[in-house]
Write a protein that binds this ligand. Structure first.
Ligand SMILES: C[S@@+](CC[C@H](N)C(=O)[O-])C[C@H]1O[C@@H](n2cnc3c(N)ncnc32)[C@H](O)[C@@H]1O
Ligand code: FES
Length: 453
């Protein structure tokens, strides 16, 4: 039985550059147009739109199939989509000029393609060619470096509503020839478009990378650009077992970008965490936010309940930045700031919640055990310690993001790492917490919560 009135499959099989494929012929644009058109007609609840792998008809792409009748379309373009939705989905009349119903020819093409493909793969294997997956992993830094350089140079803001390479080069005070090369690469990466000599931002680039745009992420992403330099020291860090000092951190804008990066990660997660802790309607009155950074989590607590008072402890260089975020959020009455060192200073007492959001990965096991012991003492009876971080599986080989983040802490700190749920549980139990549980949030990090009886 078909759960949907129609089921549309659009081939989006990626293939190496130069090899015919549906994405190379524009299937991703067709997919986007179909999604938009179905939504516009209010059909997305009765029509399922699904991507699929290669169907062996790559020279005739973009290929799509409409079930339950099994109508095959070839060479579909975004400009055809409105007609397909109106005629086929709306009135049950397939668009004849795009339908491909020569079943014997299609089958022969698909079978021949499959045989050739398997033969080519076997030949590559025999010749010892590096698999594409490994090759892409090796060169993965190239697109990343291109985009980070574009952000560092504020290229997208310089492109604005449209500019040629000389104009962009002059605006960012860079060499015109090299600027042109970077702009062309950004077109190849789908972040700019080019018409004649003029470049334009794509919709995404204009939205996320241009100064002044409401959703601009550039400031937060510049933190990732700073971290990139640290990652280039990974080989030495693995040899020595700890981070290799870099001049980078001394630059004054480093901390501002760092805290903007923290804010970027935290602002959508913070209300989810407050909700997960059931803190908006419970007896939570006093919250201690150790290393509060941009204050996003304290701000979310304060906004969830006017009864809550939060105290943020952070280092002297960061607290003035925290103060800006707290003031902008309009919660200065509820959120107080304290300058200090969480590795040494007294935490105070009587808190209902002590938060360690993205903190434990900065420190060694010994330092974390000590912080957790002192956090226990700072809690009121029935108070909770909340650790939020990337949590590793017991054997520490995944999730991938947590395992990679562990190396991020190797290149950035003296003794930091990602830790497993078992380690956090053990440290909390040793500190006296009666119950410890894990709470998963959407996204890459989770909570480990300890209850002081
Ligand atoms: C990775 S950020 C996390 C910020 C915030 N908790 C969040 O999740 O968005 C780490 C924070 O800890 C602060 N920090 C680092 N070492 C500290 C220390 N010894 N004492 C107090 N704060 C510290 C940093 O300044 C920074 O704000
Ligand atoms: S890539 Fe789409 S049919 Fe082969």
């Amino acid at each position: 039985m078909e759960p949907f009135r129609f089921h549309l499959f659009v081939c989006t099989q990626q293939k190496p550059e130069g090899v015919p494929s549906c994405p190379a012929s524009g299937s991703l644009a067709v997919l986007g147009a179909l999604d938009g058109e179905l939504q516009a007609h209010g059909l997305n609840r009765e029509v399922q739109l699904t991507t699929c792998g290669c169907m062996g008809l790559c020279d005739e792409g973009p290929v799509m199939v409409v079930y339950p009748a099994g109508v095959w379309y070839r060479r579909v373009q975004p400009s055809d989509v409105s007609e397909i939705v109106t005629a086929h989905i709306g009135k049950g009349q397939p668009v004849a000029r795009l339908v491909w119903n020569d079943a014997p020819a299609m089958k022969a093409m698909a079978v021949e393609h499959g045989e050739k493909f398997r033969e080519a793969m076997a030949a590559r294997d025999r010749a010892g060619v590096l698999p594409d997956r490994l090759d892409q992993m090796i060169r993965g830094y190239m697109p990343s470096r291109c985009l980070l350089t574009a952000l560092e140079l504020d290229i997208f803001t310089a492109v604005g509503d449209g500019a040629n390479s000389a104009q962009v080069g002059a605006k960012i005070n860079a060499n015109a020839r090299a600027t042109g090369m970077l702009l062309n690469a950004l077109v190849a990466l789908g972040l700019l478009s080019k018409s004649g000599d003029d470049y334009k931002n794509t919709h995404e680039a204009a939205r996320f990378f241009v100064q002044g745009s409401k959703d601009n992420h550039r400031n937060g992403l510049l933190h990732t650009a700073n971290i990139w330099h640290r990652w280039s020291t990974l080989t030495d860090a693995v040899r020595s077992g700890t981070c290799v000092q870099s001049e980078q951190e001394e630059k004054p804008e480093w901390k501002r970008n760092f805290i903007a990066g923290m804010q970027r990660n935290a602002k959508d997660r913070a209300p989810l965490m407050v909700k997960a802790l059931g803190a908006s309607n419970s007896k939570v009155r006093r919250v201690l936010d150790l290393g509060g950074g941009s204050g996003a989590y304290s701000i979310a607590f304060a906004k969830a309940s006017p009864e809550v008072r939060c105290e943020i402890l952070d280092i002297p260089e960061v607290v003035p930045l925290t103060a800006e975020y707290v003031r902008q959020a309009g919660v200065s009455e509820q959120v107080t700031l304290r300058t200090g060192d969480m590795l040494k200073d007294d935490f105070g007492s009587g808190f209902d919640i002590v938060m360690l959001n993205a903190i434990c990965h900065m420190f060694s096991e010994e330092q974390n055990r000590d912080i957790i012991r002192r956090a226990y003492r700072a809690l009121a009876p029935n108070g909770r310690l909340v650790v939020q971080d990337f949590i590793l599986n017991p054997d520490k080989t995944g999730p991938q993001q947590a395992a990679l983040f562990s190396l991020n802490m190797l290149v950035n700190t003296d003794g930091g790492a990602s830790y497993s749920e078992g380690e956090y549980t053990q440290w909390m139990k040793a500190a006296g917490f009666a119950e410890v549980c894990r709470v998963n949030l959407p996204g890459p990090s989770s909570l480990v919560v300890g209850l002081r009886k």
